[in-house]
Design a binder for this molecule. Structure first.
Ligand code: GRF
Length: 193
């Protein structure tokens, strides 16, 4: 059966595009994107997804409490019969309600070698700590900040003279390879169940 993926974004959406490409070219087999959902109505990635003919939805927080907002999102994801949720630059911490509603079915990509440098500005943190290598991590989302079980990682060197921008670009290139590979392996595991 074709697995239905929801991708949650808040901005640019380049990882969303990498996942969409991978579904299209068969790197992620037997899958489709059910919806690209954003908490930011003006997220650039929403336009990109629409241009590709993907269903999009913006659910802004509108001053609501985190769980109230998440309840609306969970209800949409249930209606869409989603098998897997991929956070891709989604800038909100999920409520325990959301995490429990899709237990072990939510993945995130983070631009560091977790458990190093969780949270915001991971690339800046790596530079400020004088790390000689960094990378990206795909992990399950649980109720910790970027602390769920690690699924896969890719490493890049930190080069002399690197800026946040140059390091971020080097890591992002690897994110676009890592996320599709990780999603394919997780879907294959779901298939076996
Ligand atoms: C990526 O660096 C990702 O690791 C982090 O947020 C960024 C999102 O970029 N969680 P994009 O929106 O996928 O281009």
């Amino acid at each position: 059966m074709t697995k239905r993926i929801a991708i949650l974004i808040s901005g640019r959406g380049s990882n969303m595009v990498a996942l969409a490409d991978a579904i299209q070219n068969g790197t992620i087999p037997n899958a489709e994107i059910a919806v690209v959902l954003s908490d930011q109505p003006d997220a650039k990635g929403l336009v990109v997804a629409q241009q590709r003919g993907i269903k999009t939805l913006a659910i802004p927080r509108l001053g609501r409490k985190r769980e109230e907002h998440d309840r609306e999102i969970v209800s949409v994801l249930r209606d869409e019969r989603v098998d897997l949720i991929c956070l891709a630059g989604y800038m909100r911490v999920l409520s325990p309600y959301f995490v429990d509603a899709f237990k072990d079915r939510i993945l995130n990509i983070h631009p560091s070698l977790l458990p190093l440098f969780p949270g915001l500005d991971a690339q800046r943190q790596a530079l400020e700590h004088g790390a000689t290598e960094s990378g990206c991590t795909v992990h399950y989302v649980d109720n910790t900040l970027d602390g769920g079980p690690i699924i896969a990682q890719r490493t890049v060197p930190v080069l002399p003279g690197d800026t946040v921008e140059s390091l971020s670009a080097r890591i992002l290139e690897q994110e676009h390879i890592l996320y599709p590979e990780a999603v394919a392996s997780i879907l294959a595991r779901l298939e076996d169940k």
